[in-house]
Design a protein around this ligand. Structure first.
Ligand SMILES: [Fe+2]
Length: 491
């Protein structure tokens, strides 16, 4: 039964029971607490091109296009979604031409959103919300909201959503074009929001499937963009996997014990059970032979994001992950915030895991909370020294984005810029200088929300001196919703 053909023929179909939307108390809560602004719905689907107001001296050499994506249509057709991950994706684009920054934004009109807009009501289940009039889902892409991450690979701009296909985006109009297929017979397969691209363009990815059975789909996409290898690895206890790492020789996928139990809940999220007694399991796969794989058992923990991974010649693997004690962030904080409540959770903390060839392991870390890690992209799968991440400011829930941090993993040193309460720095990408010599010779570029003045913007730091604060800011006169991930294209 667990053969690749039957899996590919069946995957993507699903049937979920009903779950009503919760009442919308958000707008009243927002009046009382402006920090909720990141979860408000933009008033328009299109932000027309607008030059941003520059504060400081924007680096003239930093030229290209920075794009970000995240859930945006939280409230639409009179209903508000239950969870941060539910809503339809919106791309924010920032063009940097050396003299200034121009912003525009566009809601992605996926087949799912187009159908709902035509009918004037919510009709498809989301990650954690099921409308009362929800229609049956024939395949996962029926509910694809393309809201999680972006990838510019081999000339294609892709919007990623881990439950189904990547979406091809027209880079001129920023409009949704089509679902991406990586090859014949691969249509509709789940594709992670966190593929890894090595410096030579080789792409590695996985997809987490829960139907027709739990499985990880492994992808090796060659430099010319065609699917080189795709393999299905059945999972006896399918967990909630969001990210992974690649090293020189291995793919490493951590499966936490947040187990999918088909039919056990009203929605996809609600169909998971936290089973810490199972521990976390790590799948280690050789990149040159997907059939050579092993599992390592680790203590139970839950996390979304990795930093990077690398391996020694003897097969010892080192990788970064932000790990929490349990999934309360996903299950509670990200649900409560949609109702207008900022509640604490087990916060992900920086963790370094070492897997030895004999099956033993070590779990170490500095205990610091944070998430949304990034590295110099030239270090993907290689040993890296620096890791950049966002962290909270003091006095706010520990998961609320605020400060920017730089970790020196060789000297075990932490550098931090805290903009103060009310300003929320989001994921910052590392962009190398044109003549970089050292790993941290580059800029950190990212968006932020100033909830105290209801404005969003773009910040640029010199990665060699994060604690010195931003080199320059570019401001919009209005707020954008907090998003997830971005990408930078130099052209
Ligand atoms: Fe992510």
């Amino acid at each position: 039964m667990h053969d690749r053909r039957s899996f590919l023929a069946m995957t993507g179909a699903a049937s979920l029971p009903a779950c009503p939307l919760r009442a919308d108390s958000f707008d009243a809560a927002l009046v009382a607490d402006s920090r909720l602004l990141g979860w408000a719905t933009p008033p328009v689907d299109h932000f027309e091109p607008r030059p941003m107001e520059i504060e400081g001296t924007w680096p003239a050499d930093l030229q290209g296009t920075f794009r970000r994506i995240g859930p945006a249509a939280h409230s639409r057709h009179g209903l508000r979604y239950r969870h941060w991950f539910d809503a339809d994706g919106m791309i924010q684009e920032f063009r940097l031409d050396g003299t200034g920054v121009t912003h525009r934004g566009r809601m992605l009109m996926t087949p799912k959103l187009a159908l709902e807009d035509r009918e004037g009501k919510r009709l498809l289940p989301a990650f954690a919300t099921r409308p009362e009039e929800a229609r049956p889902v024939r395949r996962a892409d029926d509910m694809n909201v393309a809201n999680t991450a972006l990838l510019d690979h081999r000339g294609e701009l892709l919007a990623l959503w881990e439950g189904g296909s990547a979406s091809i985006i027209d880079r001129e109009s920023l409009s949704w074009e089509a679902f991406k297929s990586w090859g014949e017979g691969l249509e509709g397969l789940p594709f992670t929001a966190h593929p890894k691209v090595e410096p030579d363009g080789t792409l590695w990815a996985f997809g987490l499937a829960t139907f027709p059975y739990g499985a990880l789909v492994l992808y090796h996409i060659s430099g010319n963009g065609a699917a080189a290898r795709v393999e299905v690895v059945p999972l006896e206890q399918p967990g909630f996997v969001h990210d992974f790492v690649v090293t020189r020789d291995f793919l490493v996928i951590v499966v936490p014990p947040l187990v999918h139990v088909p039919g056990s809940g009203d929605t996809y999220l609600d169909s998971h059970a936290w089973k810490p007694e199972l521990g976390s399991r790590v799948l280690v796969v050789r990149k040159d032979d997907f059939s050579r794989r092993r599992w390592v058992q680790l203590p139970a923990a839950f996390g979304f994001h990795h930093g990077n991974g690398w391996n020694e010649d003897d097969g010892t693997i080192h990788f970064d992950i932000f790990l929490a004690d349990d999934p309360s962030l996903l299950e509670e904080s990200f649900t409560k915030v949609m109702e207008g409540h900022l509640v604490e959770a087990s916060v992900p903390r920086f963790t370094r895991i070492v897997l030895h060839p004999d099956g033993s392991f070590a779990v170490v870390g500095d205990g610091g909370g944070g998430d949304f890690p990034t590295i110099n992209p030239a270090r993907v799968s290689r040993r890296h020294r620096y890791l950049y991440n966002v962290s909270s400011t003091s006095g706010t829930p520990s998961w609320l984005p605020g400060a920017l941090e730089k970790r020196d993993l060789e000297l075990d040193r932490l550098e931090r810029f805290d903009p103060g309460e009310g300003i929320h720095l989001e994921e910052h990408l590392f962009i190398p200088f044109s003549h970089a010599a050292n790993e941290d010779d580059g800029w950190l570029l990212g968006s932020f929300l100033d909830s105290s003045t209801a404005r969003s913007g773009l910040a640029v730091f010199d990665a060699r001196g994060v604690a010195d604060g931003p080199l320059a800011l570019a401001w919009l006169p209005f707020p954008l919703p907090l998003g997830f991930h971005g990408q930078f294209s130099s052209a």
